[in-house]
Design a protein around this ligand. Structure first.
Ligand SMILES: [Zn+2]
Length: 291
């Protein structure tokens, strides 16, 4: 029955789709779910983090290189459709890129929301995955904006009085926040220490508030851990194959530490008993997404 469902994720930059929940996408694609990626920026401000790719022709064409890397990663992960929202990477807070007229973080809020409304109405996803309100250590302006625009876009996409020129209204049934659980970060840190390796997680990681109690939904992804590795490596300009953070643990250790992708149900709002789900589409009927 999953083959009549549609899943749409909103990400900030090329490579975010490979670090946040790629195994979930691979799993649902294997079950026949239609999978759509919305990437809000071209990642023009990314630093080249792989020494092998730090070449003039890559530096000069970074947007084109990253677009190509994204297409490759999306195919590996199992996204059927990739939409670029068309904004420029805003760079880190207080950088010069923040004031570029085309940058995502500075574009008029209503304009950005409506760009997403149009895609939601066209793609008609039952489930949308976006970023949480608490974003821990990595407070990138584009990531914060992905969070800020998603819920308003979901609400306006369903509002028949709003911008009829952007398509027929569509009610997204559920919105989730993707998370990196505190438990998993701790377990990875410990695994490095147990193997006598230097952990890439310093104390700043553990000073972040632990929001694991807000996790509502755990997706078993044991069979899809390889796409995480392959999807990241497809972003050759951004991901150093020698990076301890991404690849410092043996693959089988990494996959044993990460049998579940964790999510928080953000919409509809739930009161009282916290949901405890094992499927993003739990409780939904394909013919009636609002059910
Ligand atoms: Zn990003």
């Amino acid at each position: 029955m999953h083959s009549s469902f549609r899943l749409l994720t909103v990400h900030a930059h090329p490579d975010d789709e490979a670090s946040k929940g790629p195994a979930t996408i691979a799993k649902y694609r294997s079950m026949g779910v239609h999978t759509v990626l919305v990437c809000c920026t071209g990642g023009e401000e990314g630093e080249i983090l792989n020494p092998a790719m730090d070449r003039p022709e890559v530096r000069e064409n970074l947007a084109a290189v990253r677009f190509e890397e994204l297409q490759k990663a999306a195919k590996i992960i199992g996204y059927e459709t990739v939409h670029m929202l068309g904004y420029r990477d805003s760079g880190m807070a207080d950088s010069e890129a923040n004031s570029h007229p085309d940058c995502f973080a500075a574009a008029p809020f209503a304009e950005v929301v409506d760009a997403l409304v149009e895609l939601l109405r066209a793609e008609q996803p039952h489930v949308v995955i976006t970023y949480p309100d608490e974003q821990g250590l990595y407070q990138h302006p584009d990531h914060l904006r992905v969070h800020d625009i998603t819920q308003p876009a979901v609400e306006l996409a369903a509002d028949s009085t709003h911008r009829q020129d952007l398509g027929a209204p569509w009610s997204v049934a559920k919105v989730y926040y993707s998370t990196w659980s505190h438990a998993r970060i701790s377990a990875r840190h410990q695994a490095f220490l147990d193997l006598g390796l230097e952990s890439p997680f310093d104390e700043r990681w553990f000073e972040q508030p632990n929001t694991d109690h807000k996790i509502t939904t755990k997706i078993a992804v044991d069979d899809f851990s390889e796409v995480r590795r392959a999807g990241l490596l497809a972003h050759a300009s951004q991901i150093d194959p020698a990076s301890p953070f991404w690849f410092g643990l043996p693959a089988e250790v990494e996959s044993a530490l990460h049998p579940l992708d964790d999510y928080r149900l953000a919409h509809p709002k739930w009161n009282g008993v916290q949901p405890s789900e094992t499927d993003l589409f739990e409780g939904l009927k394909p013919e009636d997404p609002a059910a």
